[in-house]
Structures are given as C-alpha cells and as structure tokens.
Design a protein around this ligand. Structure first.
Ligand SMILES: Cc1cc2nc3c(=O)[nH]c(=O)nc-3n(C[C@H](O)[C@H](O)[C@H](O)COP(=O)(O)OP(=O)(O)OC[C@H]3O[C@@H](n4cnc5c(N)ncnc54)[C@H](O)[C@@H]3O)c2cc1C
Length: 456
C-alpha cells in the first residue's frame, strides 16, 4: 500500500519530497511525550496550499489518515499518527508572507518555527508573544493553542490569531477571519480551528497579532522558604492589579534542575517575574509594590532590576527546564500535568499537588506559568516499575480532579491529544462532548484528520 501511496504523493509534490524510509517514518512517529510511537506509512513535505489540498482530496477519497506535523514537540501525543497513513510535515512551508508593520501583524506559513520568526520580526521591532519552551512551529502552536511564559500579559496563541487559511478534509480551501482586530461576522471558525489539533482541518496560512518589542523591562527573582508561600504570592501579585509580563512559579527541585545547566539561583521555591513598561520610572514604581506584596507572603530574598544578560539567562534556564528534566531521567516513563485554574484558586491547587508528592512518594518537579493559573508537574517512574507508574497516573488523575473541582481545566495549553481524552466528559459533561463529536463529524465525516485525538 505504501508504495502506491508514495507514488501518488510523488506526483503531487515531487518524488524527492516523499519518503517511506524507516528513519523518516520513525522521526515522525512520536512527539515529546511518553505515549507509544506509531509509524506512519509515508511522510510528505508539500510546498503550497494547492499541494496540501490535493493530498487531502486523495486521502479523503481513499480513507487514508492524515496527521499534520510541525516540530513534533507536543506533550500529549497530539502529533503521533495513531492510524498510520500520511504525515504532512509543513517544514517547507516556512515563510513570512507579509509583515503589516503599521498594524502590528504578520501573515505566515504554518511551518515557520516561532523562535526563527521572532528573530526575523525583531528587525522590525516586533514579536509574536506566545512562547512555548520548545521551538515549536506556528501551525503546531495554533493547532494546540499553545501558550507560555508571556501569556499572563499577552494571551495564548488563540488570542493572537486573526485569520487562517485552512484545507478541509475533502481538499476544499477556506479562509476564516480577517485582519480587523474586532470581528463579529458569523461563527468564529478561526478560533474553532485554533486548538483543534489538526482534527478539523490543515492550517496552511495564518495572520498573527504582533506586539512592539518592549523598550523598558525588568526581571525579578523572588525566593521563598516554601512552595505554598510562593503560590500565595502569585495570587497576591495578580490580585493587587499588577501587570507582570511573566510570572513563573518554580519549586526548589525545579530550580535545582535549572541550576545543573544554566542558572545559579538559590535552591528555594522561586517566582521569576518580568515587567514591561513605557518608561523605567513606571516599572520602578510597580516594582516597589511587587516587593511589598512578596514580602507580605514571606519572601526571603527579592532581587529586582536584573540586567539584560542575566534576565536572558533566567529565561533560557526556564525554557530549558523541560529538556533538562527529560535528559536527567532518560530511561523513565514521565507524566506531565498541565492543569489551570482561576487565579484565586492557584494557592489551593499548588498546595494540593505539593502535598501529593509526599503522600505518593514521587520524584519530579512542580512549576508553571503561575500568573495565568497554569500548573505543571513532571514526574518520573522507572520503565519496569509498574507500581510507581500507577502512582504517576494516580497523581495525574487526582491533580486533574482537583483542578476541575476548582472550576479549572485538565489542560491549559498542551491540548487533549491522547492523554487527556479520559477527562473531557468530567470537565465538560457528556452532552457538550457529544456536540464536539458532531462538529468533528461535520468537518471530517470519514475521520481521516488526525484520527484518535481529542474526541477519539
Ligand atoms: C521542552 C518543552 C517545553 C514545552 N513548553 C510548552 C509551553 O510552555 N507551553 C505550551 O503551550 N506548550 C509547550 N510545549 C509543547 C509544544 O511545544 C506545543 O504543544 C507546541 O504547540 C507544539 O508545536 P509543534 O510545532 O511541535 O507541533 P506538533 O507537535 O508537530 O503538532 C501539534 C499538533 O498540531 C497538529 N498540526 C501541526 N501542524 C499543523 C497544521 N499546519 N495544521 C493543522 N494541524 C497541525 C499536529 O497534528 C498535532 O496535533 C513544550 C514542549 C516541550 C518539548
């Protein structure tokens, strides 16, 4: 089957842009999670919307699965081709098509990686704010509705996408949204495709909201004697009406892991913050209040006004944390939680997760984009230790249940993929999940787009 399939695809994109080689299939069989790899039959690298459309039309007729692929950095199995078939790697569709300087917008292809894009946009004094730790593609970020350290001020990917071009399952090409920042014309398809994990359509172009690079900024490192005080300070900072551009919580273990490669911070529960402002004076006066609020929550060391080089190293360390963890426990199974709650519930959520470590005897790290209520834990168990793995799952289940009980969500930014499907009914109710299934059926009646994900 794969030979015929590869030959057909070669007629669409050229033989050099199709591969059934084991190495390429293996490279596109697995994301960065612990979910089991599945080999696709074939990998294809189209160069245009027209080629993506032809591939989809053919696959739809033949009932062949298609899974979109950006950088493969998902954490819930989102990009694993569960039903084999075709993986469309968007790596050749990686151009900035237009920069609308006066409107702070850019139109780009999905395969561009956000760090590369931001380097190019910096020449124009602009940046795209969502920043997941990995160098993800824009298509993958839109498909997962990724977020990051700057979401507390600038929003998640969904808040920064204005318009899309999408290839539907049957090959039809549609455009959604517009370049207007206000849009009220009909159903909001742009934001339905955003976060749909490639299960409703294939994104071939996106118009993004950008921001001017901040002229004035200050980084803050606040250390605390325990994680609960640090979590209290998160709520106190946001609750005081302060407007951090980043507010990250790190437990002592997370700081220790970051220190092994990048930083040299006191190994205590820590808040990393950043403030952006129109003038240095405006930031200075905000920092006075931040210090007061942190002190009231038991801050033991407060360092503000960290210079550019040190600030860059702090964020490099924070962004490297995931990679550091995965490399320290290379032969382990790991489970990542990605819960998020309203900010007033953050201290309760952090206290609960923190307490579970002692109760279940687990090792790992607790951290998160705390300013927007997002908490991550990454916990490890040896590959052959079934009992420890069961405790990982129990930890995950209980933290998710707690987050939902606090009016939160099982996933703030990583998406449902394979790993979070079990929680959807609990979070949304059976009737709402049934509506999601109907939406999926409407867009993709033959179930060829990333089958087995989100609603199965
Ligand atoms: C170390 C590390 C840190 C991370 N930190 C964060 C973080 O802070 N915040 C965060 O949100 N995430 C984080 N992630 C997860 C990951 O980076 C994001 O989910 C990211 O959005 C995935 O992008 P990608 O390009 O790798 O997409 P992929 O993994 O390739 O694909 C993601 C999904 O999008 C679909 N897809 C890809 N391209 C298209 C397209 N053009 N059209 C339609 N569907 C498509 C895929 O089928 C899949 O369902 C982290 C991952 C790692 C490894």
């Amino acid at each position: 089957m794969s030979t015929d399939l590869a030959q057909t695809l070669a007629q669409i994109v050229g033989a050099e842009h199709v591969s059934t080689a084991e190495a390429y299939r293996a490279q596109h069989a697995k994301d960065q999670s612990s979910h089991t790899a599945h080999l696709p039959d074939v990998v294809v690298w189209p160069a245009s919307t027209a080629e993506v459309s032809q591939i989809a039309r053919y696959a739809n007729t033949e009932r062949i699965a298609i899974t979109g692929w950006g950088a493969g950095s998902s954490l819930e199995g989102n990009s694993i081709p569960l039903r084999a078939g075709i993986v469309i790697d968007f790596g050749r569709m990686n151009q900035i098509l237009a920069i609308h300087q006066q409107d702070f917008q850019a139109t780009v292809q999905p395969g561009i990686f956000y760090k590369d894009m931001n380097k190019l946009l910096a020449r124009n004094g602009l940046f795209f704010a969502p920043d997941p730790g990995a160098n993800a593609s824009i298509g993958g970020m839109i498909a997962n509705n990724a977020a990051g350290t700057r979401t507390v001020k600038y929003g998640a990917t969904r808040d920064n996408v204005l318009a899309l071009e999408v290839v539907l399952a049957n090959g039809q090409v549609i455009r959604t949204g517009s370049r207007s920042v206000k849009q009220s014309a009909g159903y909001d398809l742009t934001h339905l495709f955003t976060g749909s994990e490639g299960t409703l359509g294939l994104i071939t172009e996106a118009t993004l909201k950008l921001h001017p690079l901040p002229e004035h900024f200050s980084a803050v490192v606040a250390s605390f004697e325990n994680t609960l005080n640090a979590a209290d300070a998160v709520y106190a900072v946001i609750g005081s009406g302060l407007n951090p551009a980043a507010l990250e919580l790190l437990d002592a273990a997370s700081v220790r892991f970051m220190n092994t490669r990048v930083t040299s911070l006191p190994e205590k529960p820590t808040l990393l913050m950043e403030f952006h402002g129109a003038s240095q004076a405006a930031i200075e006066s905000e920092l006075v209040l931040v210090r007061e609020v942190c002190n009231e929550c038991g801050c033991s060391r407060f360092e503000a006004g960290v210079g550019r080089a040190e600030r860059d190293r702090l964020w490099e360390g924070r962004h490297a944390l995931g990679e550091i963890l995965f490399s320290i426990y290379p032969d382990s199974i790991y489970l990542i939680t990605d819960v998020a709650v309203p900010i007033s519930a953050y201290p309760a959520l952090a206290a609960y997760a923190n307490g579970l470590y002692a109760e279940l005897g687990l090792h790992g790290a607790l951290f998160g984009h705390a300013g927007d209520g997002n908490l991550h834990t990454v916990n490890f168990a040896p590959k052959h230790d079934a009992a420890q793995q069961a405790r990982l799952q129990e930890f995950n289940d209980r933290v998710v249940q707690k987050a939902i009980a606090l009016d939160g969500t099982c996933t703030g930014e990583h998406g449902v993929g394979i790993g979070k499907q079990q929680y959807l009914v609990h979070e949304h109710g059976a009737a709402a999940v049934e509506v999601m299934r109907q939406v999926k059926h409407l867009f993709d009646p033959h179930g060829i787009l990333n089958p087995g994900k989100v609603v199965g």
